[in-house]
Design a protein around this ligand. Structure first.
Ligand code: COA
Length: 156
């Protein structure tokens, strides 16, 4: 059984979104059956432009943009919310998703006031459920949109 940041895990970095990686983020694709699991990156980047609290990151491996994620830490709250996460269809199954979750949790843990992390996904999204559960996220029930909310306590 693999650990969250298992030995031999591929190395990824999270990079801020900018001119140099925007086109590569927009070119990332999901499998057809995954398209209902997360908003398109075009929508997410458009949203991020108008939302000062949105923190958008390219997931980079071996110099390539392989994925994208977005989270926020609402003002005056001690919780970070990861609400977009995807790895390109051609790059899935190689450990990049797991490595990206490790990196974003490190980044969030480095923010002074953050004590919890929440993440949401469609209840039928078995890959996301297994991945997040392996980091200790505990399912908290469905929100009003029918999405599963899972929570992680940091530093526990
Ligand atoms: C979820 C997602 C990000 C995983 O990315 P990935 O790079 O393929 O993940 P990894 O290769 O690091 O695998 C990590 C874990 O995910 C789970 N997983 C990945 N693919 C899976 C599949 N087809 N079925 C079941 N579990 C799967 C496993 O638990 C795996 O752990 P393991 O290494 O112990 O087997 C990717 O499948 C994706 O982009 N899905 C579509 C978008 C989405 O669902 N986003 C999440 C909700 S916002």
């Amino acid at each position: 059984m693999s650990s969250p940041a298992g030995a031999g895990a591929p190395s990824v970095t999270l990079e801020p979104v900018g001119k140099g990686n925007r086109a590569a983020i927009l070119a990332l694709e999901l499998l057809p059956e995954q398209q209902g699991f997360v908003a398109s990156n075009a929508e997410s980047l458009a949203e991020a432009r108008h939302d000062n609290e949105a923190i958008a990151r390219a997931v980079v491996a071996d110099g390539r943009v392989v994925g994208f994620l977005m989270y926020s830490v609402p003002e005056d709250e001690d919780e970070a919310i990861i609400y977009r996460f995807m790895i390109d269809r051609r790059e899935q199954g190689r450990g990049f998703g797991r490595a990206a979750v490790s990196r974003v949790l490190e980044e969030i843990a480095g923010l002074a006031r953050t004590r919890h992390v929440s993440i949401c996904y469609e209840p039928e999204n078995a890959a996301a459920r297994r991945l997040y559960a392996s980091f200790g996220f505990v399912e908290n029930g469905l929100d009003e949109d029918g999405e599963m909310i899972a929570m992680l306590e940091l530093g526990g």
